[in-house]
Design a binder for this molecule. Structure first.
Ligand SMILES: O=C(O)CCC(=O)C(=O)O
Ligand SMILES: [Fe+2]
Length: 300
């Protein structure tokens, strides 16, 4: 149901891998990807680093609350994001970080390029997360190159747009589903991702569900070292609907769960309107608008 793609084979242009990627992108909108430059051990280290932060008291985490900023860098408390206006705010907590531009770069005043808000504890946090951010971007670009070839475009068609990406790395922490949770409460409610590609690592626990065309939900899980990928709104628009942005959610269960998505968004001044159309849809404007709709502290 959800295609599985060998990234090394995809990079080598092997037909079976290209077919699987094209089916995933134009069909269900999700795939799992293995054989990447990121090992299971590496992902486990990242997950345990996030876990150590999430286990701090709320008082300690509040010092890094993104609600203190005009952007989305730092800790997001439970109930601070509402991805579906028909559901309640999500009960997950999360930590967001992004690209680090030089201090003199004027783009740092834009919320989509805001400086990071690193916690002092655990002491290796910034080092581990920064390094993963850099390496995961390389893998994400390699996936996009494979996608590009799979849909008949030049392999490097996306490269230029990702020079200074608004890529956002998130650690999601889902506690066990709370006793008070009702039909409108979710770890993360049904949504589509906003950008181009999401490269998701998880601790291996189930929880993610992908909406099936025609109705129903498909559970997807991935052990550390295997990744779930999916495509977002910008990619769907950019490819004029060829590549699908598929709704997904996490209801939550009896065990806590950690997932780590890299939202691989292009540079702010990328025009993501369908190629060949007259329209202009700026990636930075789309992303800032979606952040403004879903983060409670950024709501107008
Ligand atoms: O935790 C997951 O598996 C999915 C998370 C997700 O969809 C998101 O953060 O956008
Ligand atoms: Fe998502």
């Amino acid at each position: 149901m959800i295609p599985s793609v060998d990234l090394e084979a995809l990079s080598a242009g092997e037909p079976a891998a290209l077919d699987a990627m094209r089916d995933a992108a134009t069909g269900v909108g999700f795939a799992t990807v293995y054989n990447t430059a990121l090992s299971g051990a590496r992902v486990r280290e990242v997950i345990e680093t996030y876990r150590a932060f999430f286990k701090l008291s709320d008082t300690k985490k509040r010092a890094y609350d993104m609600a203190r900023t005009g952007a989305n860098r730092g800790w997001g408390a439970p109930g601070s994001e509402q991805v579906d206006p028909d559901a309640n705010p999500d009960y997950k907590q999360y930590f967001d970080s992004g690209i680090e531009l030089p201090e003199v770069d004027p783009r740092r005043t834009m919320s989509v390029y805001a400086p990071n808000f690193w916690p002092a504890n655990p002491d290796q946090f910034a080092k581990v997360i920064r390094a993963y951010y850099d390496d995961a971007r390389v893998v994400a670009l390699e996936v996009l190159r494979g996608l590009s070839e799979a849909v008949g475009a030049p392999r490097d068609a996306f490269d230029a747009a990702f020079g200074t990406p608004m890529a956002l790395l998130r650690g999601n922490y889902y506690p066990k589903r709370p006793d008070w949770a009702g039909a409108k409460d979710f770890g993360i409610a049904t949504h589509t991702d906003y950008g181009c590609l999401t490269l998701l690592a998880t601790d291996g626990s189930p929880g993610l569900e992908v909406r099936k065309r025609g109705g129903g939900w498909i559970p997807v899980s991935a052990e550390p070292g295997t990744f779930v990928i999916n495509f977002g709104e910008m990619m769907e628009v950019w490819t004029d609907g060829l590549v699908r942005a598929t709704p997904h959610r996490v209801v939550g269960g009896v065990n806590e769960r950690i997932s780590v998505p890299l939202f691989f968004n292009p540079a702010h001044n990328t025009n993501v309107a369908p190629r060949g159309s007259e329209k202009v849809i700026l990636a930075g404007e789309h992303l800032a608008a979606r952040f403004g709709e879903t983060y409670l502290h950024l709501k107008k």
